[in-house]
Design a protein around this ligand. Structure first.
Ligand code: HXC
Ligand code: NAP
Length: 300
């Protein structure tokens, strides 16, 4: 067994319908693939319907190839999460196709690196609108629907980042928006528990995807900043290990997990945070000498 393998039993998500925003590419596509293999029906949404249709056809073929007829069905739905009317139409389209939706996975995001003072007001708004307003729009639309229909055993999973709580220079709109999504996760975990709706989040460290890497490490920055070096485990994430965690959090196995944010980053953010972590640079053989020096100061 290793972390690249599929973790849950074959039928773990059988009977569930999961909406994945930004499900046509990157991490959303990888999570959708695993949900389908576990028997869930998946609605993939984004702005680009042609991309979604291609992804849907590819995912249905691949997952039927890997698990046969137990694989779920895919519905591609165009929806810009910034627009509440489009989100309401996406809720309706999902319900019409599958009867009900059990899980909302807020995964869609926008981001780019920039000194904040270079940003236009519209540039800042664009990121806030996709990440915070988009997650709010989908959460509100599905929450209203579930509460109105008195449907229970529902779950919202939000993809945030570790800089939602540390903050980060040069991606300030994204950090600001993800912090808001994290606050919404924890707030609704309490408020909507009485309706049978759980809210949780995942904070991934670096998981290579074209969407993120082209915008966060453009040109030769990819070679200059090896993100794996910032991770104590000295590697970036594998999509399947994120998919394993997401599948657990949207499954009924996690029925008592509510209001949690689970970090999956190989220890990356803590490495940046701990005041003395830089002592890792001290060679093993110097520790005898340092210990002697410290002990000699004991009675001063
Ligand atoms: C400064 C920029 C800019 C840049 C765009 N703008 N790119 N400003 N630097 N690099 C400005 C534009 O000039 C414009 O402002 C405003 O932003 C909106 O730009 P549009 O191109 O019109 O927006 P839109 O077509 O809606 O595209 C949204 C986008 C784009 C966010 C700009 O990159 C996108 O579609 N991204 C989706 C995918 C994505 O970003 N994935 C990465 C997620 S990674 P003006 O004033 O000129 O009108 C992630 C990882 C986190 O979140 C952690 C990793 C470790
Ligand atoms: P990605 O491939 O660029 O995915 C972003 C998705 O969001 C795309 O499918 C995009 O589809 C969709 N999207 C963007 N704007 C949208 C809008 N207005 N309406 C609807 N959909 C929209 O990036 P990723 O790396 O997979 O990121 C997925 C999630 O993981 C994001 O929440 C990101 O913040 C988070 N994350 C990623 C990493 C990482 O290392 N990769 C680390 C931490 C957190 P369209 O362009 O077709 O609309």
């Amino acid at each position: 067994m290793d972390f690249k393998q599929k973790m849950l039993r074959d039928d773990a998500l059988k009977g569930k319908t999961i909406v994945v925003t930004g499900g046509g590419s990157g991490l959303g596509k990888s999570m959708s693939t695993y949900f389908l293999e576990l028997g869930a029906n998946v609605v993939i949404t984004s702005r680009d319907i042609e991309k979604l249709k291609n992804t849907a056809a590819q995912l249905e073929e691949e997952t039927r190839g890997s698990v046969g007829d137990s694989a779920g069905k895919v519905l591609p739905v165009q929806c810009d999460v910034r627009n509440y009317e489009e989100v309401e139409a996406m809720v309706q389209a999902s319900v019409e196709e599958f009867g009900t939706v059990d899980v909302l996975l807020n995964n869609a995001a926008g981001n780019f690196i920039s000194p904040t003072e270079r940003l236009s007001a519209n540039a800042f708004d664009t990121i806030i609108d996709i990440v915070l307003k988009g997650s709010k729009n989908c959460t509100l639309a599905f929450g209203k629907h579930w509460i109105d229909k008195k449907e229970k055993n529902k779950s919202i999973l939000n993809i945030v980042t570790t800089y939602a709580w540390t903050g980060s220079a040069y991606v300030v709109p994204s950090a600001t928006a993800k912090a808001g999504v994290l606050a919404m996760t924890r707030s609704l975990a309490v408020e909507w528990a009485k309706y049978g709706i759980r809210s949780n989040a995942i904070a991934p460290g670096p998981f290579p995807t074209k969407g993120a890497w082209d915008r966060l490490l453009p040109g030769d920055l990819k070679e200059k900043f090896d993100l794996a070096k910032k991770v104590p485990l000295k590697r970036v994430g594998e999509h399947q290990e994120l998919a394993n965690l997401a599948a657990y959090l949207v499954s009924d196995f996690s029925a008592y997990v509510n209001g949690e944010v689970i970090t999956i980053d190989g220890g990356e953010w803590l490495k940046g945070a701990g005041q003395f972590n830089l002592l890792e640079a001290i060679p093993e053989e110097m520790w005898d000498q340092l210990e002697a020096m410290i002990k000699s100061k004991k009675r001063n």
